[in-house]
Design a binder for this molecule. Structure first.
Ligand code: HEM
Length: 92
């Protein structure tokens, strides 16, 4: 489910309306799970580290920059939904 949501967000990374609506809803659900702001930081570091590990020799600083920027956009949109009421519709 995480991978599908991440890929859907990347497919819409320049679609402001989609990001606001879907990721705010997902963020509201995460707030309800008990996810706190610092957890988004830890999760982002772990995600980039995991991608770098599986990409091995193919991994470059450009990949690190692009993934870090994309994750920041996604996490910020999710966090914007923290105070909204949680709903149960899927993100993808
Ligand atoms: C890019 C950021 C993230 C994305 C795209 C994402 C996506 C998802 C998705 C699609 C689900 C399935 C249920 C649902 O739709 O709510 C889920 C569940 C969950 N996520 Fe995330 N997530 C992200 C970040 C995080 C972070 C930072 C944490 C905390 C460390 C977290 C903790 C959880 C937990 C606890 C669940 C519930 C698992 C369960 O039902 O057993 N997520 N996430």
């Amino acid at each position: 489910m995480f991978e599908r949501a991440l890929m859907a967000a990347l497919d819409h990374i320049e679609d402001d309306a989609w990001l606001s609506e879907k990721l705010a809803r997902l963020g509201a659900q995460h707030a309800a799970y008990g996810v706190t702001p610092e957890m988004y930081e830890w999760f982002g570091e772990a995600l980039v580290a995991a991608l770098s590990e599986v990409s091995a020799a193919d991994w470059t600083e450009a990949h690190r920059d692009a993934w870090t920027r994309a994750y920041r956009v996604i996490a910020a949109r999710m966090r914007a939904g923290e105070r909204a009421p949680a709903r149960v519709a899927p993100v993808a």
